[in-house]
Design a protein around this ligand. Structure first.
Ligand code: GLN
Length: 443
């Protein structure tokens, strides 16, 4: 069988091909000569599978799509406090190149408008690198997101620099407010090089997939930035990524996104996929016309809106029964699926509403696929409270879903690989928790 996904992408590209509205960016000659009919769409999964249709290997400049990635690098290099002191996170509702700074502080409102992006560029490398090395760090960082070495288009870069009056004006304003504390021209030069990095739709999809995959590139397996940085970047993309069209985008498409004036558009769907489209004609906000139309289709055809409320997850408690083991009764609570706060609350309720009278209680995680931090802590707290109530608590956890099973404060838990290990031993003889948190090995 052939996958239906490339067929679907072909079909949607075909459907938007009749839309020839919008204009090429023409503020520099290099962008004005782009081939307007080119278009492509790519999905990259968080495990590195790429599906594409159309012009997915055509190179174009990344432009403003570099902004969220440079922001990620700045947060990783300089830390949240330093970056947030200089660049806000409020949607400006203004055009990308608006010369506006926050009243009083002079801070750019967010890192997706040029004022914020120019400041962000200067924060890559913790503000310690000379301009050339900083550009190098940016290009290497973008390459790490893409999973292949990227290069700068020298012609686009030179032309942008010749026409960078507005960005220079913004940078000089930033300098006068003390937001930038170095030569404005050198920072704009670096920012323009950052915007002139050549990418394909395939690269962009992989960059977005790295965000969707919590900062780990699905192809190379390299961690590019920390989890906490990814959350910050996706939040800012969701609120500010589409400039003055951010509200329409948030309601109609609902995917954290970023556009660029060369016609690229990316979206990152946390935990699922990175999406990229390429089509050079732009609407009045500077967003790709066909790109926006493609994303609207993807979102509605496939329910990709991040605010789409998922159906309630399968019950996490698959059974709660008493097992007569010959060695005494066991209460066995069998769990399944992915467990987050709401799932953990169901487990708590199960134990509270039907307090086990058996002296041994087993929480069986054999069929649990994932468990997040809060759910892990809640499970351990269940174990602690049951211990204080006089029960002996066992965790069947062959895959070490709970890597450090220490309930603390009077709690005790014994980890086993298999329910039979508990069933075959009489109460109190299984041994205590080893120093590694796991029980003594069976002989
Ligand atoms: N290089 C462009 C600029 O700074 C990028 C703008 C964009 O892609 N929206 O003006």
């Amino acid at each position: 069988m052939q996958s239906m996904i490339p067929d679907y992408l072909d079909q949607v590209l075909h459907d938007v091909a009749s839309n020839t509205s919008g204009e090429l960016a023409d503020y520099i000659p290099e962008l004005a000569v782009a081939e307007p009919e080119r278009s492509g769409a790519v999905f990259a999964t968080v495990d590195g599978r790429v599906y594409g249709a159309g012009d997915i290997d055509t190179e174009f400049t990344i432009q403003s799509i570099s902004k969220p990635f440079a922001y990620a690098l700045a947060l990783d290099d300089s830390g949240f406090d330093t970056v947030l002191a200089k660049v806000g996170v409020e949607p400006s509702g203004e055009a990308f190149n608006e010369i506006s700074l926050e009243r009083g502080t002079g801070r750019p409102r967010n890192p997706m408008i040029n004022a914020g992006a120019i400041t962000t560029h200067a924060l890559v490398g913790a503000g310690l690198l000379p301009p050339d090395e900083r550009v190098d760090r940016v290009v290497r960082g973008l390459s790490a997101f893409a999973g292949r070495p990227l290069t700068v288009d020298a012609a686009v870069c030179a032309s942008e620099m010749d026409n960078a009056h507005r960005n220079l004006a913004i940078a000089h304003m930033l300098r006068s407010y003390g937001i930038l504390d170095e030569d404005p021209r050198a920072v704009v030069d670096g920012y323009v090089k950052q915007c002139s990095v050549l990418v394909t739709a395939r690269d962009l999809a992989m960059m977005a997939a790295t965000l969707a995959n919590r900062g780990i590139n699905p192809l190379t397996g390299d961690r590019v930035v920390a989890d906490s940085v990814v959350r910050q970047v996706l939040s800012v993309m969701a609120t500010c990524g589409m400039y003055d069209a951010a509200g329409d985008w948030a309601t109609q498409v609902g995917i954290p996104a970023k556009s660029g004036v060369a016609g690229g558009l990316i979206g990152a769907l946390p935990g699922q996929i990175g999406i990229a489209t390429f089509s050079p004609r732009l609407d009045s906000h500077g967003n790709s016309v066909r790109g926006v139309a493609l994303f609207e289709r993807f979102s509605s055809d496939m329910g990709l809106h991040v605010m789409e409320v998922p159906a309630a997850a399968r019950a996490v408690v698959s059974s709660n029964h008493v097992r007569e083991a010959g060695t005494g009764a066991l209460r066995v609570i069998q769990l399944q699926g992915g467990i987050r706060f709401a799932g953990a609350e169901r487990i708590v309720r199960e134990v509270v509403d039907d307090t086990p009278v058996e002296s041994r209680v087993v929480l069986d995680l054999t069929r649990v696929s994932s468990i997040d931090d809060v759910a892990r802590r809640m499970l351990l707290e269940i174990a602690r409270r049951l211990t204080l109530d006089g029960s002996e608590v066992y965790l069947v956890d062959p895959e070490a879903m709970v890597p450090d099973p220490d309930p603390g404060d009077g709690g005790r838990i014994t980890v086993v690989d298999d329910l039979e290990q508990v069933a075959s031993r009489p109460h109190g003889t299984l041994g205590t928790l080893g120093s590694d948190g796991r029980p003594p090995t069976e002989t």
